[in-house]
Structures are given as structure tokens and as C-alpha cells.
Design a protein around this ligand. Structure first.
Ligand code: SF4
Length: 354
């Protein structure tokens, strides 16, 4: 693998790259926002979020100065909300301590909250055309197949080998004639990502059309089906929650999750986790209210990482005298759409107040 491989990949990318909004008018802020949003999330989901985000917070200064609630609201539905909080902290760092200038070296990029080696490599190469390597799930699949690695790519030794290969390849792109003028480092890294997304697919890779098929060891040796040898996924687990809707004069009770918890600062209906679905009688007894004040009104299924969550929603005709409800606040139903609300609860609210 050498400059010829890098050049072939760049040519392939220039011919086959998808039109994506963050690939227009490239600047470090746009690259950063898109890369953080794309973590654990599909491109088609990210596009409308990205476009909305850029209208709300078009610059790093706008993001630094926004209210934390508006940032969370713009992220609502994307999950992994620490990403949004870290982005605002990083934006404040850039504006208050770096004169509003995005750092352009790998060590400085890695100092920003929420920026790990992959994101730093992507910003360094795409926005600043530096030979900084990247390694995410797509690139891992391409490189393990290319090198014919049959061991688990998540093992430290193999990860190191993959990072080194990614670095050698992007450096080869950087050594091509006139590389500095043609933004080849970014184009090469994007070609790896794009190849993983469009051609080197997990189940049925389209090897015949692949620009790496000449040197790909997995293709030559018929190992495409067994590489990458990823560890088995953890089995999914069921979780069950009861949520309570108390409505009075156009307002409903909502609670805000404490900052340090998962989904911190997001709003939700008062709720509790239970082992399994309970009868109305036992819930009423636990809430110390009569069964005539409780009604099952909605059920929402939701999956987060390996958890398959059922949220059963009950309408209450009376507010129980329990800490769960004392911590809640009456919120006008018309204001709910402006609040950042936990995904499963947003789904429930849409069913209750369509
Ligand atoms: Fe992936 Fe096939 Fe290309 Fe090898 S030849 S990198 S397995 S698409």
C-alpha cells in the first residue's frame, strides 16, 4: 500500500462521494458538528439535525453563547446527550480561551471536551488538510479486510496496528505531488469512511466495484464473510418503566432530570422503574390513591443501546403525596414542544397530546 493506493481511493471518492451538507463550504466548525452528530447515528438521521443546528448556531460563537436548554433542545432525539453538552463546553473554550480560533493541531484538538482521536483526526485532515489518521467502525472494517486481519479488531494490539495503517495511508496521500494544494489528506480519509459506508458493507460488500480489490487480502482469500471478527454483542435486556400523566387546567406535571444523571437536564413525566408490568390495583396501592384515579393510557417501546424499554403511561386523577411528584412542576401543554424532553417521553406525549 502506497501513494498509488491513496491516489486510487481519492479518485474513487471524487467520483462517488455523496452530496452531504457538511461537505459544502468546509470549515472546522462544520466538520466538528457533523462528526460529533455522526457518532453512533446514521447519516440520514443526522442531515435534518445538522441543517437545523447550523441555522440555530451558525458559528462557534453562537454555540458558546446559546442557552444550555436550547442546545439540548436542538439535540433532542439524537441521544447520547453528553455530546451536546461537551460541544457547548468546547465552543466556550474556543471562544473564551482561544480567541474564537479552532485549534489546528492534533494535541490541541484532543484537549477539547468530547473530542477523541477519531474526531481530532477527522477535523485535522478534513478541515486543515493534515495527515492525521482516523479509525471508526467503517474504517476498521475496511482496514481489517484490506490487511486480512482475522483477530478481534477491538484488541489493543490490533487497534494499534489499524491506527498505524490509517496513519501510513493518510501520510501517503500527503506525499502525493501538490498534496498541500489539493486537500488530499481530507479527501483520502473521507474516501475510507465513504468506502465503508457504500461499498465495504458489513454483510454483502460490493468488492467487484471496490478500488481496493487489487490488494484486499480478505477479497483475494475469500475471507470477506469472517472479517472483521468482532466480539459477540451483549444480549439485549428488557426494562420496564411506569410514567404518570397528571393534567390540570392545560398543564401537566413534568420533572427535570438532575444534571449528573444520564439525560441530565432533560424533562420527563414523573416515572419509576419496576421489575415488570403491574396491575392497576398494585400501582394504586403503591401510590396511595384509589383505583378510580388511575387509568392506563399509552404504551411506548423504545430501544437504547442494549436495553429494550417499555414505558407504560398512566393518567392520574389525583396527585399522590410522594417525593416523585413533589419534585415535579406544572408545565403548560403548549410549552412542551419547546422543552428538551427524553425520547421515550416525547413519544408518549405525542400520543397523549397529538
Ligand atoms: Fe471491502 Fe471488498 Fe473492498 Fe476488500 S475488496 S475493501 S472486502 S469492499
Amino acid at each position: 500500500m502506497n501513494e498509488a493506493t491513496a491516489l486510487r481511493m481519492i479518485h474513487w471518492f471524487r467520483k462517488n462521494a455523496r452530496y452531504l451538507p457538511w461537505r459544502q463550504d468546509i470549515d472546522p466548525y462544520r466538520v466538528w458538528v457533523s462528526e460529533i452528530m455522526l457518532q453512533q447515528t446514521q447519516v440520514k438521521t443526522v442531515i435534518p439535525y445538522y441543517e437545523r443546528w447550523m441555522k440555530l448556531f451558525p458559528t462557534v460563537t453562537a454555540l458558546a453563547e446559546a442557552t444550555p436548554e436550547s442546545v439540548l433542545k436542538a439535540w433532542e432525539g439524537l441521544g447520547y446527550y453528553s455530546r451536546a453538552r461537551n460541544m457547548q463546553r468546547a465552543a466556550q473554550e474556543i471562544v473564551h480561551h482561544r480567541g474564537g480560533l479552532f485549534p489546528d493541531t492534533l494535541p490541541e484538538l484532543l484537549e477539547l471536551p468530547g473530542v477523541g482521536p477519531y474526531t481530532a483526526g477527522a477535523i485535522g485532515s478534513i478541515a486543515f488538510n493534515q495527515p492525521t489518521p482516523i479509525l471508526d467502525g467503517n474504517v476498521e472494517r475496511v482496514l481489517t479486510r484490506l490487511l486480512g486481519i482475522q483477530e478481534n479488531p477491538r484488541e489493543a494490539k490490533i487497534r494499534q496496528q489499524l491506527w498505524k495503517t490509517a496513519e501510513a495511508l493518510v501520510s501517503a496521500a500527503n506525499n502525493l505531488p501538490n498534496a498541500g494544494k489539493r486537500r488530499l489528506c481530507g479527501a483520502f480519509n473521507e474516501s475510507l469512511m465513504e468506502l465503508g459506508a457504500l461499498v465495504c458493507l458489513p454483510r454483502t460488500p460490493l468488492c467487484v466495484t471496490c478500488p481496493l480489490k487489487v490488494e484486499c487480502i480478505a477479497f483475494k482469500n475469500g475471507l470477506v464473510d469472517v472479517i472483521p471478527a468482532l466480539p459477540k454483542r451483549q444480549e439485549s435486556a428488557k426494562r420496564y418503566f411506569e410514567a404518570f400523566c397528571v393534567e390540570k387546567m392545560g398543564k401537566i406535571l413534568m420533572v427535570q432530570r438532575p444534571s449528573r444523571m444520564v439525560n441530565g437536564q432533560f424533562w420527563e413525566l414523573p416515572n419509576q422503574e419496576v421489575r415488570s408490568k403491574r396491575s392497576l390495583e398494585s400501582i394504586a396501592k403503591a401510590l396511595q390513591i384509589s383505583t378510580e384515579h388511575i387509568l392506563s393510557v399509552a404504551e411506548v417501546k423504545h430501544t437504547i443501546t442494549r436495553f429494550r424499554i417499555t414505558l407504560q403511561v398512566y393518567e392520574l386523577g389525583k396527585v399522590p403525596v410522594l417525593p416523585l411528584f413533589q419534585a415535579s412542576r406544572p408545565i403548560p401543554i403548549s410549552d412542551l414542544e419547546h422543552l428538551p424532553v427524553v425520547n421515550a417521553h416525547r413519544k408518549a406525549l405525542k400520543l397523549l397530546f397529538p
